[in-house]
Design a binder for this molecule. Structure first.
Ligand code: NAD
Length: 484
């Protein structure tokens, strides 16, 4: 049997084939023990009418090899094409997006030469679940789903990553001062899991100030763990400030399958010119080598690559007059790296991956004991556009509904209390929420809610959505309205 590790490879679109060829040449010259199962993905597959951009055989290959080295692809504009990255992430449960952001100063220009951080972004939940509705003429909604196991898994991954790679601090970023339930769950999970890693410093930043700090003082961060949307945004901010947009690689990791790629796209503007920088994909491939247990090869390539940068051999995108010595194309750059295999950088810190630590990361979710769930009310969402949208008119009318004591407590519009005793200045849309509960907050039944909905319907209202109000072990499981 061959000792080579089989991986799935996709050459992708645009500059994809050029940078993949260069990357594989370097991998081979460095002695990586790899066998390649090449699959077709991207534009040509989309244009065949396959909306995921991936043929069923490509899924089969990934299921078998469990490791995917992927070039960028071009997503055709318009028409119901699905993002191939999102499909791969969700189909194979790639819950962690790992993006190292490192400065390669003075060889790559940056104002922050000491930056060396890793952003670990939750990859499956949040607003990216794509659950959206339009319930009224004026209002649409996207549902932000955050789960306890999803949060625990990514937070554990971040701490395990820090432990494995000798990182000292993990910073959590959320907006839990506003989204107390969703982001609060993520932050609380972080605090709980952190207790199991006493050797690692922890910190929490509200995402807005956290992002500002990444832009202004990125050197203070080590590992950052955050939710999907925030992670998407801060990854690009971090890559930009370190000057590594063209150089960065990233990994999407699941319990079984992992995908490695460059952070940039297919660069149609320079396709076929032979000038693309293969460094982003190469850095993705280096992460892959560590992942599959070939850290010596990863180290050798990383050091040769840094030495190439130090020697001033640069592709056009990073070429700087006075600092660079030679402007090269994709192939020459790859050859320069190959020529330096076995050499070390002299100014930058050489790469070192722990060769002894082959223990897999333990991201197993411990979960939570079952809690007592009690139904204590319902929020009824209504489309209403009459009587000049006077909250007192709709409020008084809804007061007529009463199902065994289940009665109107308040109404909000876009989250702000408008009835009873709202402020006349509050702007109202056609999207209303009516909150019903018992006066003493005691339990209600589903039958009461159904009766209530029937009454609201009889009063002539269009109910567009309901959300039950629960408590868990006596703790309120919903947010209070502004002004409640
Ligand atoms: P892009 O990253 O492809 O290009 C942005 C700019 O950076 C361009 O000027 C390009 O020439 C330059 N550039 C990018 N990579 C380079 C490299 N390796 N060497 C030298 N210069 C490089 O972003 P875009 O133009 O917004 O997107 C182009 C296509 O790529 C779109 O179809 C988009 O959907 C796709 N895309 C794919 C991925 C992916 O597959 N992971 C990621 C991002 C964008």
């Amino acid at each position: 049997m061959s000792s080579k590790r089989k991986i799935t490879v996709a050459y992708g679109d645009g500059i994809g084939p050029e940078i993949m060829e260069a990357t594989i040449n370097i991998l081979e010259a460095a002695g990586a023990q790899l066998e390649y199962d090449v699959i077709e993905i991207g534009e040509q597959v989309y244009l065949k009418g396959i909306s995921s951009g991936m043929e069923p055989s490509a899924f089969e290959s990934l299921r078998e090899t469990k490791v995917f080295l992927k070039s960028p692809i071009t997503t055709p504009q318009g028409g119901g094409f699905k993002s191939l990255n999102v499909t791969t992430r969700t189909s194979f449960g790639l819950f962690a997006n790992v993006r190292p952001c490192k400065a390669f100063s003075p060889f790559i220009q940056t104002h922050f030469p000491k930056t060396d951080m890793v952003i670990i972004r939750e990859n499956e939940e949040d607003l990216y679940a794509g659950i959206e509705h339009r319930g009224t003429q004026e209002v649409v909604q996207s549902i932000k789903l955050i789960s306890q196991p999803g949060s625990e898994k990514i937070v554990r991954y971040a701490f395990e990553y820090a432990k494995k790679y000798g990182r000292k601090k993990v910073t959590c970023m959320t907006k839990d001062n506003i989204m107390k339930l969703a982001d609060g769950l993520f932050h609380r999970t972080f605090d709980e899991v952190a207790k199991e890693y006493p050797g690692i410093q922890t910190d929490h930043k509200i995402i807005d100030i956290g992002t500002a700090l990444i832009a202004d003082r990125p050197e203070i961060f080590d590992v950052i763990v955050t939710l999907n949307l925030y992670g998407d945004i801060i990854s690009d901010v971090a890559a930009q400030v370190t000057g590594s947009v063209g150089l960065g690689g990233s990994a999407n990791v699941g319990e079984e399958v992992a995908m490695f790629e460059a952070i940039h796209g297919s660069a149609p503007d320079i396709t076929g010119m032979g000038i693309a920088n293969p460094s982003g994909l190469l850095n993705g491939a280096i992460m892959m080598l560590v992942h599959i247990g070939q850290p010596e090869v990863a180290e050798k390539i990383s050091n040769a690559w840094m030495k190439t940068l130090e020697d001033g051999i640069h592709t056009g995108d990073i070429y700087q007059e006075g600092l660079s010595t030679r402007k090269v194309g994709t192939k020459e750059f790859a050859q320069a790296v190959i020529d330096r295999l076995g050499q070390f950088p002299e100014t930058m810190v050489p790469a070192s991956f722990d060769k002894d630590d082959t223990t897999p990361m333990n991201t197993k979710v411990k979960g939570k004991p079952a809690q007592k769930k009690e139904l204590i009310g319902v929020d009824v969402f209504i489309d209403w556009n009459e009587a000049g949208r006077d909250p007192n008119v709709i409020g008084e009318k809804l007061r007529q509904a009463n199902a065994g004591g289940l009665q109107l407590q308040l109404m909000t519009n876009r989250g702000v209390k408008v009835f009873p005793a709202g402020m006349k200045e509050t702007f109202c849309t056609d999207h209303w929420r009516a909150r019903f509960s018992m006066a003493d907050q005691s339990s209600v039944s589903h039958a009461q809610i159904l009766e209530l909905l029937g009454q609201i319907n009889s009063l002539g209202f269009d109910t567009i959505q309901t959300a039950n109000l629960y408590s868990f072990d006596g703790v309120r499981g919903y947010s209070l309205a502004q002004g409640e």
